[in-house]
Design a protein around this ligand. Structure first.
Ligand code: SAM
Length: 273
């Protein structure tokens, strides 16, 4: 019987400072930054507020670039946002930041969600159909997000062995630039991604025993999937109110005969850091 083993570190703290992690200690980064309009950015729906939001993401990405090993991949799931009727192309701004940090922009995948999820049907269609059904008043239901794949300078080395070989079934699912995936139904967090998203990326860009980082941990989806795929994980989450949700999701207290997963928790007091 194969015994599954992995180590997982959860830090309740601000990922703009990942002082717990050594330089070049992480094999893969998968994350989804907070939605702009779901977080308080001082100046709200303004240019100044947006710039502050992008600056915070940049500070986290600078840390990501420090802790990621050479030649390794950083996968960022992010959508666009609308403010005062203007489209903010957050993915474009993130691509610029990553390129300035020395990463190579390798791939773009579009995640398409089923029509009508997240209440978007009402917001877009109802207004267009019932209030302003005229040319020039198109109101879009945004049903896609981006998954941007970057590589840090250096060589990616992987063993060509049976364990690392991806199945034909899996390859046929992931080799399209559009991934159709459901949204997550995790309760208690406003913006989790579906487990299928880190599942595909972890299999595509890491091998067993390696360590996956999510600096914007949310409900802990990356940690859960990393554990299931025999990878170690480190996640940061700034908001302590998600601690119990994460613990439940990842099976913190669970013990089984054929698995040995170690969990460690650090709660930082960033105000006095
Ligand atoms: C879009 S959610 C991530 C959801 C996650 N992928 C999941 O499946 O649950 C972004 C998370 O980042 C957290 N966050 C925002 N700023 C942060 C920071 N500076 N450091 C750490 N976490 C942060 C938010 O509290 C939020 O839970």
């Amino acid at each position: 019987m194969e015994v599954k083993m992995s180590k997982h570190l959860l830090i309740i703290g601000d990922a703009r400072n990942m002082k717990e992690l050594k330089n070049e200690s992480i094999d893969l980064m998968i994350t989804s930054p907070p939605y702009w309009n779901l977080k308080e950015y001082g100046n709200g729906d303004s240019e100044k507020g947006y710039n502050q939001y992008i600056r915070e993401i940049k500070e986290v990405l600078i840390e990501v670039s420090r802790v990621l090993k050479a030649g390794r991949f950083a996968c960022i799931n992010v959508g666009t946002a609308v403010s005062n009727s203007e489209m903010k192309h957050i993915p474009c701004d993130i691509i610029e930041i990553m390129k300035r940090l020395g990463f190579t922009f390798k791939k773009e995948i579009i995640w398409v969600k089923p029509k009508g999820t997240q209440g978007l049907w009402q917001r877009g269609t109802t207004k267009f159909l019932k209030k302003e059904p005229y040319p020039g008043y198109l109101n879009l239901n945004i049903m896609h997000e981006y998954i941007l794949i970057f590589q840090k300078k250096g060589e990616f080395k992987i063993e060509f062995n049976e364990k690392n070989k991806l199945s034909e079934e899996f390859i046929k699912k992931v080799c399209w630039s559009v991934w159709e995936m459901k949204v997550s139904y995790t309760k208690g967090h406003p913006a989790p991604f579906p487990e299928e998203l880190p599942y595909r990326l972890i299999k595509l860009y890491s091998q067993e025993g390696e360590t996956v980082l999510d600096p914007f941990g949310g409900s802990g989806t990356v940690m859960k999937v990393a554990k299931e795929l025999n990878r170690n994980s480190v996640i940061y989450e700034i908001n302590p109110k998600y601690l119990e949700l994460i613990k439940t999701k990842v099976g913190w207290e669970q013990k089984t005969l054929n698995s040995k997963h170690e969990f460690k928790l650090i709660i930082r007091d960033d105000k006095n850091a």
